[in-house]
Design a protein around this ligand. Sequence first.
Ligand code: DGJ
Length: 719
Amino acid sequence: MISFDEKNAIFTLTGKGTTYAMGVVDGVLEHRYFGAPIHAGDDLSLFRGEAAGSFEARIPGTVSQNQISAEAPAYGRGDYREPMLVFRGEEGETTVDLRYVGYRIVRDHKLAGLPTSFGGETLAVTLSDPVRGVSVELFYTVFDDAPAVARSARIKNTGKGKLKILRAYSAALDLPGNGYDLITLYGAWVRERMPERTPVRHGVISVDSKRVSSSATENPFAAVVERTATENAGRAYGLALVYSSSWKISVEGAQNGSTRLLGGISDFAFSKTLSPGETFDTPEAVFAFSPDGLGGLSRAFHDYAREHLMNPAFVKRPRPIVVNNWEATYFDFDYERLYPIIDAAEGTGIDTFVLDDGWFGARNNDSAGLGDWTVNRSKLPEGLTPLIERCHARGLKFGLWFEPEMVNPDSDLYRAHPDWAISCPGYEPLLSRRQLVLDITRPEVRDYIVSAVNRVLSENAIDYVKWDSNRNVTELFSSAAAENDRECFAHAYALGLYDLFERIVFANPGVFFEGCSGGGARFDFGMLYYFPQIWTSDDTDAGMRCLIQYGTSYVYPPSAMSCHVAACPNHQNGRTTPFFTRCAVAHLGATGFELDLSKLPDEERNAIREQNELFRRDEDLILSGDLYRVADPFSGNLFGFLIVSKDRSKATLTLVKLLAETNAEHLFPRLPGLDPAASYFIEESGATFHGDTLAEVGLPFDCRKLGDFTAAVFHLRRV
Ligand code: DGJ
């Protein structure tokens, strides 16, 4: 709900579990409050952001902006903290002074060419600086079923000359006090999204990506939590970007005793020029809040994503259980090699076979073929049809891998259009995985990709697509960029990418699309708007997956994580883990298999059916349940996820003892989130306990004699 108190000039936005309040003072739109719900009627104008005892008192006409919390802090009028917006006029002027003009309430708010949260109520507040010739419309979308606020900004050149945008972050938020910790997710290929916690101090700490991708290196997310906050207690504020290209998030402990959290499109090597009358939309930044620690913050993000970001046609529907041939065959396959995998899937509960990289062009290894989206006839002389028919005869659907943004120099596409690959004049373009990136900022390149991919989809019965992207962009430049767009290639790439998704992913509503990027290197809310799930990591080892899925869950719901059971010894790290553990860990997301089913020992092959039935029985928990991280594998020897149904009638607890210990203590992981007054029957042990006992005493788990990477799964039913 959005209300405006005219007398005190206070906007109050009330969503489930949050209030966000702003006031207009001396024409400046100032932040007042973001946090747990408070009464809308109280006079928040008393809670100004001025530092007590400051010699820079708030006197109109003096340098005072460093003491206040502007909703859209810009540079030049005395706020020396990190600004959200930086502009430059034609003569090099950088001074900007944005003043309140008015507001409107918007229904079905949508940003031009960008993924946008839906299903909320949007307040649009206009600020303007007639001297600089710029207006900024700030959007705030609140939701009645998720403790989150989605923010973005629309910048308009209202002057007579050109206006350069040097920084256009999506939002800034000032929090009271300095006593916070910052939590971010760093990583690399095969170890994405590792949590990192550090005290917020005076000065600026930032995380970013300059890779024209959200990246595995840092995820476009930051949590600022009270220093004493834990997994289950303490105030926690989070920011996640609905964006998939280069980005930056900063946190600044400021001199006036507040903490500023802000971010959006990376301003590194970025500028965007607006001609008079032109506008520019920033992507959304989603702020979430919880009084219940990091776990509560994650649940806030999960609820937001499932209700207001992810495609409603798929988000809560049972997911395909796939078998993917990548780790089974890599590039080395033909019909005879693939049929046994398809045949072995029959009757196991696996319902989709996905043919990965290598089916097209002259693709026999990673050196050729990308860009040529026609079947590799030397491997598959009769095309895809025999495989599709084989799948259908075995009761399976058929899925196919694409990497639409890329091209190998050894490809017909490159030979015909060498200029379509991104390169910078004078430099030989660098290869990565022996491929180049197509310049999808160019409409003709996008038209080619759309027609090539859509042709394969329309000519074949394809139910599932895995959209991969295996390298980052270097030599950022587009020879075709309009003059005003020459310095914002990374953002133009994002707009091109989202255009491709609109015209391929959304244009094929009957096809299920999975996102992927050399594992989980593009796992962000921008992607989740289009792809109901994303391949979480190329690391398929269950032990590493405990860590990766733990970190990923800080922001992204279990159903967003594609998780496969793979063969042992694991192809990435050589580790051998029990089959049951691999299934238990893969069941914590959208499950599937990534191995040669026909070569599995009988015992494991027979177990697949039972495992898939177990998964399906409680899949609703993965699709819509509340996740409680009950044991942290980064700080102890145990991993634990408890997923509780929204009505608290059932839950599944998955524990993985990481390394065997001798003479170790008996463990009692505590289980929050259940109905304290209700009794729960635990299927595996036959015991019944009340929710409060399980929350306070914990569930007895005798793991003293368990070997390395042993999992236990407990199903709890309310009785
Ligand atoms: C990277 C992906 O993450 C893998 O699953 C696989 O699809 C390969 N690319 C294929 O090249």
